[in-house]
Each structure stands twice: as C-alpha cells, then as structure tokens.
Design a protein around this ligand. Structure first.
Ligand SMILES: [Fe+2]
Ligand SMILES: [Fe+2]
Length: 259
C-alpha cells in the first residue's frame, strides 16, 4: 500500500504486553503494520511488567519499522515503577512517547496522554469523602487536564488523540460491567468536546468494543490487540484508519481501511 496523496493513514494498536519471551515474535507483525506509510500509534501496555528489560525487547522488535512511531504508556507500563526508564528505552528506539505532549506528523496534530480510571457518566466516582478517594479522582482530573492542555496546543486542522484508558463507555462495553470504572473515565471525554479531534485511539479494554463515538460524534477506536485479534479473525491485529488530507466541514470523517 503506497503513500496516498489524498489521505493520511494511521496504523494503531495497544496492549502489546511484550515479555522477554516476545523477542523475535513481533517483527513480522510490526512490518505488516508499518506498510501503512504514515505513523504507527501504540496505545499503552507495551512492556507487560513495565520493566526496562521488556521495553528493550519491544525496542528491538520495532527496530525495522521505518515510519514514525508515536506512543502513550498504559498502567502496566508503571508496574515496575520505572516509567522514565521505559520511556528512555523507547525514545532511544525512535518512539515518540507522549505524556501530555503533542507532535505533528504529515500535518496531523497528535495529543497523547495515558488517561486514568474513574467510571463513566452517572457512574463516575466523585471527589468526596476520604482523602484516598479524592486523590484517586484528582488523578483522573490531572490526566484530563493534561489532555486538554495538549489539545489546546494543536492548531492544525487535522487532530487526533492517543490514550490508553477509554474516554467513553461505548468502547468498553463487552467487558464485565463491574470493571467499567477501572477502564476509563468520562472526564477524558470533556476535553474532546471542547477541542474536537478527528479520531481517538485507546487500548486497555481487552474485551471491549472496537468502535464507538463521543457525544459530539468523534470516532473512538479501541485498538487493544487482544480485542482486535478476537473480533477480526483472519485480519492482522492492528487498526488501519485514514483521514482525508483536505479538511471537509465534518470533523468525523475518519474511516477504517482494509490492511
Ligand atoms: Fe492490556
Ligand atoms: Fe491498561
């Protein structure tokens, strides 16, 4: 698939859960994903245990990918309490890791943040009661503020958001309802209403739903690799989405294309 003059293509996947045993197992997958000529987006859960050693395995698997790679971390990436080392290893491999930052590729602005949990809509946990509850909710608010600050910096007409946690309930449906509050937060949707984007990508919900929309109609893609593998047998487990290079009136004209 060659570079398109009329569209920008994104290959997106999350939840790679790379372990030391993954060495040599992902190169063909990444090579296939990188056939799309524009960026490869990674939506967190990269090393499984969040260690620098597993991040190094991923870095080596990504070694042959020639297109830009943009990533956010997920909660697993904090498990070994060395996210700065994970980031350093990935950056060394040429991956742009966004944590409230932005980048521009092919004229498309990308805002990236991990996000956090807390629940959706009326089920959202409120900042009330014990200090620990307030601290938990504050973390969700902090991540939402990071997303908003990043989105506010994007001045280009084409914009996307890269997350690990879901900003909407629609793409976690399919998971046990009991764990919805741990899969994302509506607080992440609020900045997307103030600063609309063309598409949102996230992972984390391995048994969720492939695609849904924000209140303002922006397509949200759950690109958790286990979900893609299970939902689309026979297709490689990454999502290929394209945006027209020309901006039309409607923001939500992202479309999936066949890999
Ligand atoms: Fe995961
Ligand atoms: Fe996660």
């Amino acid at each position: 698939m060659g570079k398109s003059a009329t569209t920008i293509r994104f290959a997106a996947v999350g939840d790679l859960h790379v372990t030391k045993d993954s060495a040599g197992t992902l190169r063909a997958f990444f090579a296939q994903a990188a056939e799309a000529p524009d960026p490869l987006l990674l939506c967190g859960h990269l090393p499984d245990d969040g260690s620098a050693e597993e991040a190094q395995v991923l870095a080596e698997e990504l070694g042959a990918v020639a297109i830009p790679i943009v990533a956010v971390l997920g909660n697993h990436d904090y498990q070994s309490a060395v996210p700065e080392k994970v980031i350093a290893v990935l950056k060394q491999a040429g991956v742009r890791v966004l944590d409230g930052e932005v980048c521009e590729i092919e004229g498309v602005g990308i805002a990236g943040v991990k996000g956090f949990a807390g629940g959706f809509g009326r089920g959202s946990l409120g900042a009330w009661g014990e200090p620990a509850i307030k601290q938990f909710v504050q973390e969700a608010l902090n991540e939402a503020m990071k997303l908003e600050s990043a989105l506010a910096k994007l001045r280009m007409p084409r914009r996307i958001a890269l997350l690990h946690y879901s900003p909407i309930v629609g793409t976690v449906e399919g998971e046990p309802v009991d764990i919805f509050p741990f899969l994302g937060s509506s607080r992440l949707e609020e900045p997307l209403l103030r600063y609309p984007v063309d598409a949102v990508f996230h992972g984390h919900a391995h048994r969720g739903t492939l695609e849904a929309r924000t209140i303002n109609g922006v397509p949200v893609y759950n690109v958790a690799k286990p979900l893609l593998a299970r939902s689309r047998p026979g297709q490689p487990p990454f999502r290929l989405v394209e945006l027209p290079r020309e901006v039309s009136r409607e923001r939500s004209d992202a479309a999936e294309v066949g890999p």
